[in-house]
Design a binder for this molecule. Structure first.
Ligand code: PRP
Ligand code: ZN
Ligand code: MG
Length: 210
């Protein structure tokens, strides 16, 4: 019989809730921090623990059948995947922020400015939609320290509790997108019986929480 693979985040905001969801679906597996693949003992499924940024492409390319990842990552990677179920956790928004001392307070004032982000695709579309020309500086992490170092006038990053912005002396002033964790699959694959069975288990866990 075929064994499915589901990709979830290895560590970070979505890891724990993704593991909890799968356990609540009645799936038995070990969750060792050191192993990147974990077989499920009571369902033909293997769990892959990956960097969240890689999950959409793994699913699109069929390396994983399913994935749990933030919508923000899906949009940024511009993959063509099926949204099987919104999961109601990992809620956050992608925001533009500046230093508390900055007098920028409107998107229009970003014209000619530089903005550091790990989301150049989503930010690029947002700026274009708003008729703004700005210099997007793509970096792979610790975006929040960029204005303080003089590397950019603003940042565009995910905000969940707001704690990271606050502790770096930044204030948000524009919402680019809101996001939550979603279950994704390859287009067309939702018709397979095993995938249907898993989607149904996920949906009944979500219903029980309502
Ligand atoms: C996001 C973002 C911030 C932090 C904000 O990172 O890049 O660093 O969370 O959270 P807060 O508002 O609660 O302080 P994420 O967890 O997505 O990790 P990643 O960028 O490494 O994937
Ligand atoms: Zn990431
Ligand atoms: Mg981050």
């Amino acid at each position: 019989m075929k064994t499915l693979k589901i990709a979830i985040q290895k560590s970070g905001r979505l890891n724990e809730k993704s593991v909890d969801l799968l356990k609540n679906c009645g799936l038995n597996f070990e969750n060792y921090k050191s192993s990147l693949i974990s077989p499920v003992s009571n369902f033909p499924l293997e769990i892959l623990f990956l960097r969240d940024d890689d999950i959409p492409e793994y699913v699109q390319d069929g390396i994983a059948d399913l994935g749990i990842v933030g919508e923000n990552v899906i949009q940024e990677t511009e993959v063509d995947v099926a949204y099987l179920q919104r999961l109601g956790f990992g809620k956050c928004s992608l925001k533009i922020a500046v230093q508390n001392t900055s007098n920028i307070e409107d998107v229009k004032e970003l014209n000619g400015k530089s903005i550091a982000t790990t989301y150049p695709v989503i930010l690029g579309k947002f700026l274009k939609d708003n008729g703004i020309t700005a210099d997007i500086r793509t970096i792979s992490g610790s975006v929040e320290i960029s204005p303080g170092l003089g590397l950019s006038d603003a940042i565009c990053d995910l905000v969940s509790t707001g704690g990271t912005l606050k502790s770096n002396g930044l204030k948000p002033f524009a919402d680019v997108m809101s996001s939550e964790a979603v279950l994704i699959g390859r287009k067309g694959s939702e018709n397979e019986d095993l995938i249907q069975e898993l989607i149904q288990r996920v949906q009944s866990v979500l219903r029980a929480k309502e």
